[in-house]
Design a protein around this ligand. Structure first.
Ligand code: PRP
Length: 202
């Protein structure tokens, strides 16, 4: 048995689509509507549903052998895991965004859930920007005057548009990544390899 940690939400939906397109109905059916279930099993594979930021924690600690997570999560914080294949879904970007009437050079503060990535970027660009940590709904910050800008995930651009915000600059392209626990990679090599081969991503 191997355990695969999945991020709930958007990435899970993208993974379901990937399974459907890849003709893997046995997995797709099990993941279609997990509801309030925290895990499900299909043959020798147990899927656990976690919050995105927690997926690498389960993998690092060996609770999960594999994990599917956005590149943003494993770039924001470092984890002692093996980074395996880049997966062909979960594509989005981390961008600096804000109200339309502000020039990039005028940004003095930015709200984000990705404090490390934002600070790293502003430092590299030699921009003197105060980074404010928010846990979600960061679009509120420039609308209410908490900060000039935000650093946030943009996928379709719908959320920005709905709030009258625009994208100034992409700072990191993102896609899903397959990660593995370092020990499991050797102790459960055959089972993990079978699953990865089924996915067709290596
Ligand atoms: C992310 C991000 C934006 C939205 C962008 O939030 O924080 O709010 O997606 O996507 P779009 O460009 O397709 O509109 P998510 O829905 O993942 O939830 P979160 O706020 O809990 O992170």
């Amino acid at each position: 048995m191997i355990t695969v940690a999945l991020s709930k939400g958007r990435l899970l939906k993208d993974f379901q689509r990937f399974l459907k397109e890849g003709n893997l109905p046995q997995y797709e059916a099990a993941l279609v509507d997990p509801g309030r279930n925290l895990y499900t099993e299909v043959g020798d594979v147990r899927f656990i549903f976690a919050k995105g930021a927690d997926v690498p924690v389960y993998v690092e600690n060996g609770i999960a052998d594999l994990g599917i997570v956005g590149e943003d999560t494993i770039r924001e914080q470092s984890f002692d895991v093996m980074k395996l294949a880049k997966l062909p879904f979960g594509k989005c970007r981390l961008s600096i965004c804000g109200l339309p009437n502000l020039a990039k050079g005028d940004i003095r503060s930015a709200a984000t859930s990705f404090v490390n990535l934002a600070e790293e970027h502003f430092l590299k660009e030699r921009m003197d920007v105060e980074v404010v940590h928010l846990h979600g709904s960061v679009e509120l910050a420039p609308l209410l005057g908490l900060t000039d800008a935000i650093v946030d995930i943009v996928q379709t651009g719908t959320t920005l548009k709905a709030n009258g915000l625009v994208e100034y600059e992409e700072i990191l392209p993102i896609q899903a990544r397959l990660i593995a626990n370092k020990q499991s990679f050797y102790t459960k090599e055959a089972a993990m390899y079978d699953f990865i081969q089924e996915l067709g991503v290596l």
